[in-house]
Design a protein around this ligand. Structure first.
Ligand code: FAD
Length: 393
């Protein structure tokens, strides 16, 4: 009797019953509602994001690890497992949930005023309002401290001017969390976060077209042309990069698990395909070269999961440090994309089509490798933790 890759590692024994139930619910939703349609959405470069957001809200997956304001308040591990199952469907779906819950909602939940929280969080948790998170700019990705978007005071108001780039959910968002430089302090310490309703005059979010990766996800530019906001639009306390980085840590944690979902889907597809495909008069799965590939991939997938579960335990104990999240994001996305590409070889020519998920996952993982801190940035974070020396500049 053949075993599943996670079954080999007896992963279920490491996961509590409640977290397993949440995982199974999300898996069933993805099997029924996402997998039958995802290839078409991907090919068309369109996703019914509003409908999906409502479904995901009903399932309690938006901001699920946050407490209060209509959020489910699950464990961090449950959130990670949900990300894994969503990304087994498509990284675009997991991105929708990550940006909503870990970036936009978390930013408001952690740093917003009570008024911001009351106004936005319950609707966002229900999937009735969609959020985006504008940090990256055309000239500042890995180095967001150099951002040029400016917020200047005009009487009691704030006026925002600038451009954000590569913003997930941008064109469909009802609210944007935008990070901007103020004149309050030099050296990036003046960066502050703003809650921007997207119907504010001067705000626009043209979609970025012609993507070959994350096609089932909306990616946009944000243009802020003298966007006038009341004084209350700013996050009251937090200043400097500490604000946005705290949100990135949340989203990176979800990716530690999520990326393994894409890899698992590829590996399961490759195992099934190799069992059926006859080559030189026997199934491809019966050749030693194929088994070597499958064994190595299952090993990396299982090791990645053990790492993810350890990080989940640390997060649930409020002990997870940023450099530990980097270990998980770097390793698991890097291994996931290797697995996706190796699985593609097992499928031969069939692997290049949308009939199978593997090249779609591999292409998606190119974005996942880059966003939420590139692999190189995570190497630098780990390097700094090991040596005590910063090597960014
Ligand atoms: P760059 O920073 O220009 O990096 C280019 C290369 O230089 C990379 O290989 C990088 O690792 C390397 N590099 C950088 N610094 C160093 C160094 N010190 N030493 C050595 N090498 C270095 N951003 C948001 O704010 N919100 C979003 O919702 C969002 N969604 C995204 C969705 C998609 C599909 C994509 C692709 C990106 C998204 N991003 C988002 C942007 C993402 O976070 C950035 O692309 C990422 O931070 C990298 O920035 P960059 O693309 O400008 O690359």
């Amino acid at each position: 009797m053949a075993q599943t890759p996670f079954g080999l590692f007896a992963i279920d024994q490491l996961v509590g019953e409640e977290d397993r139930d949440i995982r199974d619910t999300v898996r069933a939703y993805v099997e029924k509602e996402i997998k039958p349609q995802i290839a078409d959405w991907y090919e068309a470069g369109q996703i019914p994001a509003r409908d999906l957001a409502r479904d995901l809200g009903k399932l309690g997956l938006l901001g699920m690890h946050l407490e209060g304001y209509g959020c489910a308040g699950t464990s961090a591990t449950a959130y990670g497992l949900a990300c894994l199952e969503l990304e087994a469907g498509d990284s675009g779906l997991r991105s929708l949930v990550s940006v909503q819950g870990s970036l936009a909602m978390f930013a408001i939940w952690q740093w917003g005023s009570e008024e911001h929280k009351q106004q936005w969080l319950p609707r966002m948790a229900a999937g009735e309002a969609i959020g985006c998170f504008g940090l990256t700019e055309p000239d500042f990705g890995s180095d967001p401290g150099g951002m040029r978007t400016r917020a200047r005071r005009d009487g009691d108001d704030w006026v925002l001017t600038g451009t954000k780039m590569w913003i997930t959910n941008g064109s469909i968002a009802d609210v944007a969390v935008v990070w901007a430089q103020t004149d309050e302090a030099a050296d990036g310490k003046g960066i502050r976060g703003f809650v921007v309703p997207t119907d504010t005059p001067g705000f626009s979010a043209p979609a970025i077209k012609h993507k070959l990766s994350l096609r089932a996800s909306v990616t946009s530019e944000l243009v802020l042309d003298n966007v006038r906001l009341p004084g209350s639009a700013v996050f009251p306390e937090v200043r400097g990069l500490r604000g946005p980085l705290s949100c990135l840590n949340e989203a990176r944690f979800g990716i530690v698990f999520g990326s393994l979902g894409a890899a698992r889907d590829c590996l399961e597809t490759a195992i099934a395909y190799a069992g059926q495909r006859e080559i030189f008069d026997k199934p491809l799965a019966a050749f030693q070269i194929t088994q070597t590939k499958l064994a190595d991939m299952a090993l990396e997938l299982g090791k990645g999961m053990l790492l993810a579960i350890q990080l989940g335990k640390l997060k649930d104990a409020h002990q997870l440090r940023p450099e530990q999240i980097s270990l998980g994001k770097l390793n698991n996305v890097r291994e996931a994309i290797k697995i996706a590409r190796e699985c593609r070889t097992i499928l031969g020519a069939a692997g290049i089509t949308l009939e199978f998920p593997v090249l779609r996952h591999a292409n998606n993982l190119e974005s996942v490798l880059t966003y939420e801190g590139t692999s190189e940035v995570h190497q630098l974070i780990i390097g700094q933790a090991l040596t005590g020396r910063s090597a960014y500049r």
